[in-house]
Design a protein around this ligand. Structure first.
Ligand code: PAN
Ligand code: ZN
Length: 195
């Protein structure tokens, strides 16, 4: 890990990210149960364990004086009529914010908090999204042939709580209707406490 100030690069369009410490890949097999249409998911995965999204991270200590930063790349695709997306999470240290800067592509961030509020914000190149503390977030690629690429930064000690979303889902999901992205109530959403 670096012990003096350092630089790294946001790759030019089409360039493979270089100089990052970690490269995480999320394939269909790691997303079983996340999409609405189970039959479409099984059909798709029988054709191959497709790469859905990737994360390139800079490795920093997990303390509040540090920042965790990197790139998130969601590939284009659909499972049934639901767009490729990240798992989504709350931060384990709930009251921590996050910044996303959209670099390429078309998408949205689906968000909600524990008070029942939700929000969906469009991600387009140049857009900076400030996610308030306490809001779960999932990026969704609503484009048809382009990667959705974002740069993110969040407090070093935030950590991730995936279990809450894995159990209850997000209140809203993004489906394609007549070729366009639509915000739809999640029919499988489970109210906290009713599990
Ligand atoms: C991002 C996300 C990244 C992948 O770095 O971790 O986009 O999404 P999931 O973590 O939901 O799989 C972030 O929000 N970190 O806190
Ligand atoms: Zn986050």
């Amino acid at each position: 890990m670096q012990t003096v100030p350092f630089t790294y690069r946001i790759p030019a369009s089409g360039e493979t990210p270089a100089g990052y410490d970690r490269h995480l890949t999320r394939r269909l097999s790691s997303l079983r149960g996340f999409f609405q249409d189970g039959a479409a998911f099984e059909k798709e995965i029988s054709l191959g364990d497709t790469l859905v999204y990737e994360v390139y991270e800079i490795n920093r200590p997990e303390n509040s004086g540090e920042l965790q930063t990197g790139l998130s790349i969601v590939h284009p695709g659909l499972i049934g009529d639901e767009y490729y997306m990240t798992k989504g999470h709350f931060h384990a240290e709930l009251q921590t914010a996050e910044i996303y800067h959209c670099l390429q592509g078309e998408g949205v961030m689906v968000m909600e908090n524990m008070d029942g509020e939700w929000a969906v914000e469009e991600l387009r190149p140049g857009v900076v999204l400030y996610i308030l503390p306490g809001w779960a977030h999932r990026s969704v690629n609503t484009g048809h042939d382009e990667d959705l690429i974002t740069y993110f930064a969040y407090p070093g000690h935030a950590g991730h709580d995936y279990a809450t979303i894995e159990t209850q889902g997000f209140r809203k999901i993004m489906l394609e209707r007549d070729g366009r992205p639509c915000i739809v109530d999640n029919p499988r959403w489970v109210a906290p406490g009713s599990r």
